[in-house]
Ligand binder design. Sequence first.
Ligand SMILES: NC(=O)c1ccc[n+]([C@@H]2O[C@H](COP(=O)([O-])OP(=O)(O)OC[C@H]3O[C@@H](n4cnc5c(N)ncnc54)[C@H](OP(=O)(O)O)[C@@H]3O)[C@@H](O)[C@H]2O)c1
Length: 343
Amino acid sequence: MSSKLEKDAAWEGSILGTIYKQLFVHPKPIPSTIRLDGQTAIITGANGGLGFEAARHLLRLGLSRLVVAVRSQNNGESAASKLRTEFPSANIEVSILDLSDYDSVTAFAKRCQQLERIDYAILNAGLQSSKFERNDRTDHEVVFQTNYLSTALLLLLLTPIMKEKKRNDTTRKPPVLTAVGSDTMYFAEFEASRPIFPRMDDPARYTQYQQYRDSKLFLMMFVSRLAEQLDPEDIIVSVCNPGLTAGTGFTHDIENPGFVDRYIIPLFVKAMGRTTPVGASNYLHALVIGGQESHGGFFSDWTIKPYPALMYKKEGRDLTERLWQETMAELKSTSALGLRTST
Ligand SMILES: NC(=O)c1ccc[n+]([C@@H]2O[C@H](COP(=O)([O-])OP(=O)(O)OC[C@H]3O[C@@H](n4cnc5c(N)ncnc54)[C@H](OP(=O)(O)O)[C@@H]3O)[C@@H](O)[C@H]2O)c1
């Protein structure tokens, strides 16, 4: 469906469009008939911020089993304990997932194989950073590694697992696997003709906001390409977006902030940002309302939205293809091959 919304892409990628949706577009109610009793969900980065609120949304609808996928056992246990107090009848477990390490991603996916069913997975963990930093294990820049490369690997690993579990029970609806993107991707610009990874790993090119929105653009491109080879009767894959949301851990890492980061951005977030429950309700809608029309698409502001304008052009299609090739080459050379992927 996102592929048919080209005419709306310019508005979504405008400052006015961004301000309008932040201030005047409000959550739609979830029909009272929707219940998640008996179902299982995985949420990455569920120890705080939007992931934690998404967990509460799902549990409020009666979700029976939740996997809180986090990089710190202590933070995960502390979140799980709060959730168990609020939802005593749910089965809530903590599972370690560190997106800076492909082995950790693979080990996590292997543990997911043991779950009896997986109805929903929200790949929410992500970050932005004011400083360029290399991931020791892969030599890639950390934001690119976390938001894109390791998330792409997890998408590839979870897809066949979730499909398989659904195949064992034909009465189930297709499972939904959604990765958390950002509408900042509408402002990304990236030239298609040259290799992508060296540019994402180049400290001279690095700025916090550019790296973040490029990483989220790539996530959208990757999901749209992955969806082409999946039948939405078997599994629905999408990207969802909370919109600018205040009160999460998101901007805490800025070292020596300048005037804009110290005063203007916080003011902007305060004035325009959604509350965490409102932002996270977008995830819930992507899972239970989005349906097959959201397959391969972008779910934001409680509905299906267009891709960035670039993705409708030949240049954007070329970039998507190059990204896919570079990503598969990277991931095939990792120990991630220990599990069967969907390609
Ligand atoms: N807040 C916004 O305005 C906004 C807008 C659009 C999209 N988003 C997206 O929403 C998602 C959640 O962000 P948030 O605002 O809720 O921020 P947050 O409170 O900082 O949550 C981010 C989560 O990601 C986890 N994480 C970071 N690096 C990780 C790694 N290497 N391995 C495993 N987990 C890792 C964090 O774990 P630790 O607690 O251990 O650091 C944390 O649980 C992100 O993908 C973000 O890009 C946010």
